[in-house]
Design a binder for this molecule. Structure first.
Ligand SMILES: [Zn+2]
Length: 145
């Protein structure tokens, strides 16, 4: 059996450097410095800004829990859900530098009872599902720092 290969579930949302550290990729307005995630290259979200140019930038790897919840039921199709389904936590984390709040799955083994608002979190990745070609599709995820 060949070694399992992995690929992001969605291209362009995060990158992993040579040291194995993962960071999200955001968009930053060239005019007013507003950040967005998921990344996009146009349409600044700041209502007071007319800029239509956002540059891709690496975002903070760390932040603090702003809110969190726990999924206790499998999501409906077309969202992938493991079978048997295991509950998992989702955290909204306020990025340290940008102040942007980024929603993400929390790594397996950490549930809502383990989380608190204000807790330090860091970015990692987790397997989301295995596609029809046997490629493990990954997504960004939060873990307790
Ligand atoms: Zn702007």
């Amino acid at each position: 059996m060949p070694a399992a290969t992995t690929a992001p579930a969605i291209e362009g949302w995060f990158a992993t450097d040579d040291a194995g550290q993962t960071h999200l990729i955001g968009g930053k307005c060239t005019a007013c410095a507003t950040y967005v995630f998921p990344p996009r290259t146009n349409n600044c979200p700041n209502p007071a800004c007319d800029s239509d140019v956002l540059d891709p930038v690496p975002l903070s790897r760390r932040g603090k829990v702003w809110s969190y919840t726990e999924n206790r039921y499998p999501p409906p199709a077309p969202y992938p859900a493991p079978d048997p389904f295991e509950p998992f936590a989702i955290a909204a984390v306020e990025l340290a530098e940008e102040g942007l709040i980024v929603l993400g799955k929390v790594v397996e083994g950490t549930l809502a009872a383990d989380l608190q608002v204000g807790m330090d979190m860091e970015l990692t990745t987790t397997a989301l599902y295995t596609d029809d070609e046997g490629v493990v599709r990954t997504t960004h995820a939060w873990r307790i720092a």
